[in-house]
Design a protein. Structure first.
Length: 106
């Protein structure tokens, strides 16, 4: 049986939520595919794609779906889900007065 050492100092959790970051932003996304390909997905009832069946707009043989996605404004990647904490060196709780790391050169 192992016991946790009480000699060690408690280290504060430095993980953060994307939803609390000033760098997080909503970005419009668009996905297009041939309408017949969308119909194949609908027929096989592809579970990961079900959300888009009702939202797809068909025009000139193409199915287009648009949605908003929360992304990191610094790297353009999708933000973590709201309930997932992670370590991020770009986390910013408030917008910075300094817009660039080279602000002092101007």
């Amino acid at each position: 049986m192992h016991r946790l050492s009480t000699d060690q100092e408690f280290i504060e959790d430095d993980r953060v939520f994307c939803q609390n970051c000033a760098n997080a932003e909503m970005v419009e996304q668009r996905q297009s595919m041939p309408a017949d390909q969308m119909e194949k997905h609908r027929k096989v009832n592809a579970k990961p794609l079900q959300w888009m069946f009702d939202q797809a707009k068909i025009r000139n043989g193409w199915a287009t779906v648009t949605w908003s996605e929360r992304q990191c404004g610094k790297n353009g990647l999708a933000a973590f889900p709201a309930d997932v904490k992670h370590r991020c060196h770009m986390f910013q709780a408030k917008p910075s007065a300094v817009e660039s790391e080279e602000w002092w050169l101007t």
